[in-house]
Design a protein around this ligand. Sequence first.
Ligand code: F6P
Length: 320
Amino acid sequence: MKIAVLNAGGDCPGLNAVIRGVVLKGDRIYEHEFVGVKDGFRGLVEDDIVPLPRQHVRGLSKVGGTILGTSRVSPFVDGRTDRVKEVLAKHDIEALVAIGGEGTLTVARMFHDDGINVVGVPKTIDNDLSATDRTFGFDTAVSIATESIDRLRTTGEAHSRCMVVEVMGRNVGWIALHAGIAAGAHAILIPEVPVTRDQVCGWVQHAMDRGRAPVVVVAEGFSFPGEDQQASSERTDTLGRRRLGGIGEQVTRMVEERTGIETRNTTLGHLQRGGVPSSFDRVLATRFGTAAVDSVSARRWGTMVALQGIDIVNVNLHDA
Ligand code: F6P
């Protein structure tokens, strides 16, 4: 069978390990042929398809980024998938392995509904896909954030300052929560749990009073109750999406003004997505990749591989 592998949306440590898992098992066990789609859905629409032989994926599990490139381009031309079908047919591609987050997997479901043979693989550092207990990339992001907070703590202690650290998490606080707990933060601000300005300043002051350098971890999607950060954001990106960011700076100003404690902000940003994946993410990504090619071979179209407990399972893309 000829299979195309595509990743779309933001990159994520472990993407290359998934691609390697798909191709190695697919080639060796099932004797499938593979091609890669360049830069996410852009490659499908613009017919940018490259051969993906076994030799191209050797040694990839430890490499960050993605050898295929990625983008957030939409595959729908005039709201239809005709162009995608045309490109797949031109290359005799029978199936698509789509690796992505919420947006990409929603598109994968629509492709399936439209008759395209597709199997999904969940991907996001944010860990915000409900059908899987973990997404690969999350563990790496948490490790980077934890190490960063540890480092910021020592400089904060040296100056008796409060250190605010903004971590990624557009809609959820998983990275903030895990890194904050691991690093022993005094306050962790996440979108799921409302906290007031008074509470945050109280926690900071309490830590300072005990002779500690207060550490506040805030998820980029957090906002104080009654304030919609997204709605108030003026910045838009090249795709016209409202950009988050700046909540760390806001919290920093607020703490300094209200408590008088000297405070500094660090926004970790894309540092959390770059570089080598952790061993946990390499293993999870490899398991997802090999399971995805099993699903393709069993023609379980419209499903996604997922981690439930310690097992890799298949869930329906509609449920995911
Ligand atoms: O979804 C993963 C994520 O890293 C979010 O945490 C973050 O809001 C977003 O992607 C950043 O996207 P971009 O790479 O387009 O700036």
